[in-house]
Design a protein around this ligand. Sequence first.
Ligand SMILES: O=C(O)C1=C[C@@H](OP(=O)(O)O)[C@@H](O)[C@H](O)C1
Ligand SMILES: C=C(OP(=O)(O)O)C(=O)O
Length: 434
Amino acid sequence: MEKLVLTSTRTGLNGTITVPGDKSISHRAVMFGSIAKGKTTVQGFLPGEDCLSTIDCFRKLGVKITQKESFVEIEGDGLEGLIEPTDILNVGNSGTTIRLMFGVLANTPFHSCLIGDDSIAKRPMKRVTEPLREMGVAIEGRQGGNYTPVSIRGGNVIGIHYTSPVASAQVKSAILLAGLQAEGETIVTEPAKSRDHTERMLRAFGVDVEVEGLTVTLKGKQSLRATDIVVPGDISSAAFWLVAGAVVPNSRLVLEGVGVNPTRTGIIDVLEQMGANIHVEMEDEEVEPIATITIETSSLRGIEIGGDIIPRLIDEIPIIALAASQAEGVTIIKDAKELRVKETDRIQTVVDELTKLGVHIEATEDGMKIYGGSSLSGNTVNSYGDHRIGMMLAIASLLAKGETTIEQAHSVAVSYPNFFEQLKELAEGVKENE
Ligand SMILES: O=C(O)C1=C[C@@H](OP(=O)(O)O)[C@@H](O)[C@H](O)C1
Ligand SMILES: C=C(OP(=O)(O)O)C(=O)O
């Protein structure tokens, strides 16, 4: 599916759905299961391309993994059980895979080489490779180890006290994974709280992790004990329906089993602040909290979004920009420079593609300014291989007059393989041609 043509919906979006498993948690379940001793099972795994890349990497490192749709079984033999790969480890489009793999491989006494697709080749790796070098890991790569291909030979890692300049769960997790294998203690402090799935899941695998404010501490030479993981629905995927439910007239959507870890719920806070009719009902609260979220067509107002909330909604900014285009008044998004180094430069891509549909929107250095009250008209737009841009444009097409053609629509499979099927189920009257 290179190109997809969508029309607006006449009846609104109605129904109850379960979104696929959380991408961040699915990656970690496979990684931690692969370096634990014993059999780990994963229910609710996201069979998206990014998480399949993680499985592929660990198979190349000698781990036996069986995966059938959303169920995964991993036979781990500890970190010592990993073997030198005879092939390059290819992470595809996944930043989480490559950055966390550096941490996993920090103490393995063999050579590995990591590459990814064209988007990965443009994303900075120094944020992880630099602190890992400080810990004693031998890393070589293009432009001093900032870009792929990167090769790594682990061994003799020592603990570090690292103050990260970015609020990034990928940086924090890579250092903690290296720290687990290191001599001595590892302490990571971040400037704002990023998602804490690593800290929560390491505990479930029997690791001692201390968290105090923005600082995480763990002792080295700890091993992981296999366990059974249940992955909640991905709030970053649910975000597309939350915004669609709020902005498409005559809609009411119920999303069940959504992960509502407070480090991820910035989208709910923003929609509430914009005046959305949104209701969250807790279902369960074990390793990760889970809820049912209901949203109805709402009158939204523009707001200012910046500061510590940004890491709590970083992947949702493209769809928040669309919500803002339908609000009354102006919305300003700032402190979000990180968007420039995602799968695409998400500030520029959002501005370029929404402008083509008739939105009045301007890029700023660290965010965007969106003028509300736009009426959208169909046009040809492009995801540029960025899954979140592809899904945001699909929701935009539901509001646009006439037909919208989305080029590179297949990119949605990175995080949401059945996105277009669910869209057709929820939006009666939407026509689709390939
Ligand atoms: O750790 C993770 O699973 C992720 C962390 C975030 O990236 P950064 O760590 O670069 O902020 C996020 O954007 C990405 O989608 C997933
Ligand atoms: C940025 C994302 O993922 P990653 O960094 O893992 O490629 C994303 O899913 O929006």
